[in-house]
Ligand binder design. Structure first.
Ligand SMILES: Nc1nc2c(c(=O)[nH]1)N[C@@H](CN(C=O)c1ccc(C(=O)N[C@@H](CCC(=O)O)C(=O)O)cc1)CN2
Length: 288
């Protein structure tokens, strides 16, 4: 008899702390003939909330994922779990937005092409045409959506048309330099990531490297965070810092900082697409 295929899945859940959560999950996996490959959990004692991410191999094929979901519903209900169960093979559909600075876009496109990031960049949207040739070379659809104060609502409507038509899972602001409306932030809550070019909460807003130079910092940094209506205030996902010194000009700091920006953004995109990030109020829990 041939051995049925093992399909790897990721089960993520969070819920109010309660006795028996781990037992209920492990019992479910045992009852479904699954092997646990990797398991991370965190119980936040401050606010009594529990987080869990289980990587497991189920005995059935991919078409049994819905059966697993149907059965897990009864496990989740008594604990009021928020949960998700996805095959590891699911590739998230990502739309990248960029303005003039293209280093983060270039890094994401390269990491995707090389297989380092297991995502599909399904579109790039920009308010400028500077990076159209690079995007087209990668075989990715490029959408030029110009923005002015007067046309911003129409530009955001066009963006959502593209997001919906391409079934986008995640929007990544790769140095996209336009403030997005409260409405758009609400519609993409939890699935839009921005890279801010400073080690937040230091140096919010415009020209953070000039602010940092004025302050005489010895580290520059970058912060990848979920986008909310409050500029640069969204839950932080990943950060990166690089040492600098008194000899560096603001332009030097910006050049040095570009590596930190690309590294922090790629890490945040990876963790989000691997279902490792949980938003808890103004913070995140990252199970890695
Ligand atoms: N609602 C939000 N929108 C955006 C966020 C956010 O957190 N919430 N992050 C920014 C990125 N960003 C800093 O990282 C940033 C981008 C743009 C501006 C800004 O003042 N833009 C001006 C236009 C500037 C220009 O045309 O060059 C504006 O929108 O009027 C500040 C911070 C992305 N959006």
């Amino acid at each position: 008899m041939s051995t049925p295929p093992n399909t790897e899945h990721i089960l993520t859940l969070d819920c109010p702390e309660s006795p028996g959560i781990v037992h209920a999950v492990s019992r479910f996996l045992l009852d479904h003939g699954s092997d646990i490959i990797d398991n991370h959990q965190f119980g936040d004692r401050r606010d009594g909330h529990f987080f869990m991410r289980v990587h497991f191999a189920a005995s059935g094929g991919e078409n049994d994922t819905q059966a697993l979901r149907d059965d897990f519903t009864a496990v989740a209900a008594p604990f009021a779990m928020r949960w998700q169960l996805e095959p590891v093979s699911t590739r998230r559909r990502v739309l990248v937005m960029v303005s003039r600075y293209g280093h983060c876009l270039n890094d994401l496109l390269f990491r995707t092409r090389s297989g380092d990031l297991p995502i599909d960049v399904v579109a790039v949207v920009s308010n400028h045409r500077d990076h159209e040739e690079l995007v087209t070379w990668h075989g990715v659809p490029f959408f030029h959506v110009p923005v002015t104060a007067a046309t911003k609502p129409r530009a955001e409507t066009r963006l959502m048309e593209i997001v919906d038509s391409l079934d986008v899972d995640l929007v990544v602001l790769a140095r996209y330099m336009q403030v997005l409306s409260d409405d758009l932030c609400g519609r993409l809550a939890g699935r839009m990531i921005n890279i801010h070019h400073s080690f937040l909460p230091s140096f919010k807003g415009a020209k953070p490297y000039h602010q940092a130079h004025e302050r005489g910092v010895k580290l520059v940094g970058a912060t990848a965070h979920y986008v909310t209506a409050d500029l640069d205030e969204g839950p932080i996902i990943a950060q990166e810092v690089i040492a600098v010194d008194h000899s560096h000009t603001p332009d030097d700091l910006a050049a040095i900082g570009r590596d930190a920006e690309s590294a922090a953004l790629a890490r945040a995109v990876r963790w989000h697409c691997e279902d490792r990030v949980f938003v808890q109020g103004r913070r995140t829990v990252v199970l890695r």
